[in-house]
Design a protein around this ligand. Structure first.
Ligand SMILES: NC(=O)c1ccc[n+]([C@@H]2O[C@H](COP(=O)([O-])OP(=O)(O)OC[C@H]3O[C@@H](n4cnc5c(N)ncnc54)[C@H](O)[C@@H]3O)[C@@H](O)[C@H]2O)c1
Length: 396
């Protein structure tokens, strides 16, 4: 087998921004053959299939029909977070490997159903958290794990987008859906990236979480106000007692120096580590303003190839799936793909807990919601029962 036959389920924003380049203009494209597409939204389905020549008989509104009719090796499930589980489980049960964009799912129940389906079917489930392939995160992980800083005590992470990302008043609109910031929170969109990167570096289990959310800027937008959170500070306690704050928002002025302003500091018993992700070294002075460009994430090269860790992250998942299909994936690599951390379970847990903490929170000041601390072991046992919770190291 030289190429994976892929059925793509969901061709919205993330496909427009990232995956179309992976499938057709990347160093991984020769391994990938998108043979069928399913999307419930006719214009989205038409855009992708017309652009890339998917014939009418391999365009579907219903992914179940696609799974039943077309011979496939992999399904890439690009539906919204709360709709990952059903198509992913159906594809795994049909004998396909599955790739999903971050986060694995919106709830641990969904994530567990996907993980269990992969294990039962003996197939791979890959979660595209692209920061896992950011060379700075990988180097930070290697250095932290060498023990050179001792153990983590306290850490702060920021990930702040420009307002235009969620402002329905901005022209042209960044997201197709005007209700994006009302239906989603900065936690599901941004915090999960930093949480996953932190957990990858320190390899510690989260044990409790709470969130404080701010709804001050978005409701003031005109003429269309947005009833959503500007900023959420998620406080996470890790198994060694360390405390992390992950501060994520999407209300920075559009004049911000980078599309996403992001950085982190880890303070440890024997040292400290700063990761300045929004200062990648390409500083641009241009009639439109002064910008930090991040060519490490997504880079449009002159020959039309698109590179960067936004592409190599899913690309390397596909390489492993292809090796597995050929019977060439080393057992240790297979194992490393199936740990709860690799499958994004802990990050989904923090996401669910932070959003639940906000729902249970009280207004501590105008527009500020202060949520209670939630014990993550109790949450996992409540959602999955004690036996399944133990599989992830919780309860008991
Ligand atoms: N890797 C990243 O940085 C990144 C960036 C943005 C989004 N995402 C993730 O990608 C996923 C999709 O986000 P998006 O921004 O592209 O959303 P979107 O709403 O723009 O697109 C989702 C698409 O899925 C389709 N869909 C919904 N239900 C379906 C179903 N049952 N069958 C087939 N198609 C269905 C919708 O019609 C839509 O076209 C989410 O999990 C999101 O968190 C990842």
């Amino acid at each position: 087998m030289d190429r994976l036959r892929i059925g793509v389920i969901g061709v919205g924003s993330v496909v427009r921004e990232i995956y179309q380049h992976l499938y057709y203009h990347s160093d991984f494209s020769h391994l990938l053959d998108v043979v069928a597409v399913a999307d419930t939204n006719a214009p989205a389905l038409g855009w992708f299939c017309d652009t890339f020549g998917i014939p009418p008989e391999r365009r579907f509104e219903d992914y179940r029909e696609m799974l039943g009719r077309v011979a496939l090796d992999v399904a890439q499930v690009n539906t919204p977070d709360h709709l990952h589980a059903a198509p992913a489980v159906a594809a795994l049960e049909a004998g396909l490997d599955v790739v999903v964009p971050k986060p694995t799912a919106a709830t641990v129940k969904d994530a567990h159903a996907m993980i269990r389906a992969a294990r039962t079917a003996g197939r791979l489930l890959g979660v595209d958290f692209h920061k896992r392939e950011d060379p700075r995160i990988k180097e930070a992980e290697a250095r932290y794990q060498s023990g050179r800083y001792g153990q983590l005590q306290s850490t702060v992470w920021y990930m702040l987008d420009k307002l235009l990302v969620v402002d329905p008043n901005h022209r042209p609109p960044f997201f197709a859906s005007p209700g994006f910031a009302e239906k989603n929170t900065p936690v599901s969109f941004l915090t999960v990236h930093m949480c996953d990167a932190l957990l990858k570096i320190v390899a510690l289990r989260p044990v409790s979480a709470r969130a404080v959310g701010f709804r001050q800027k978005l409701p003031s937008l005109t003429p269309i106000p947005v009833a959503g959170y500007d900023l959420v500070d998620t406080e996470i306690c890790l198994a060694n007692g360390a405390v992390a704050h992950i501060i994520a928002g999407w209300h920075l002025p559009n004049t911000a120096h980078a599309a996403t302003v992001q950085s982190s500091r880890l303070i440890c018993t024997d040292g400290m580590l700063d990761i300045g992700i929004d200062a990648p070294g390409l500083h641009e002075l241009h009639p439109d303003g002064i910008f930090e460009v991040n060519p490490l994430f997504r880079n449009f090269e002159r020959d039309g190839t698109v590179t960067g860790y936004g592409i190599s992250s899913p690309g390397r998942l596909y390489q492993k799936i292809l090796a597995s299909r050929r019977g060439e994936l080393p057992a240790a690599v297979r194992e490393s793909l199936l740990t709860p951390a690799a499958l994004g379970f802990h990050t989904t847990l923090v996401l669910q807990a932070a959003e639940e903490s906000l729902r249970l929170g009280r207004e501590s000041a105008p527009g500020v919601v202060s949520g209670p601390v939630l014990d993550l072991g109790e949450l996992v046992v409540r959602e999955l029962g004690t036996a399944a919770a133990a599989e992830y190291g919780y309860g008991g």
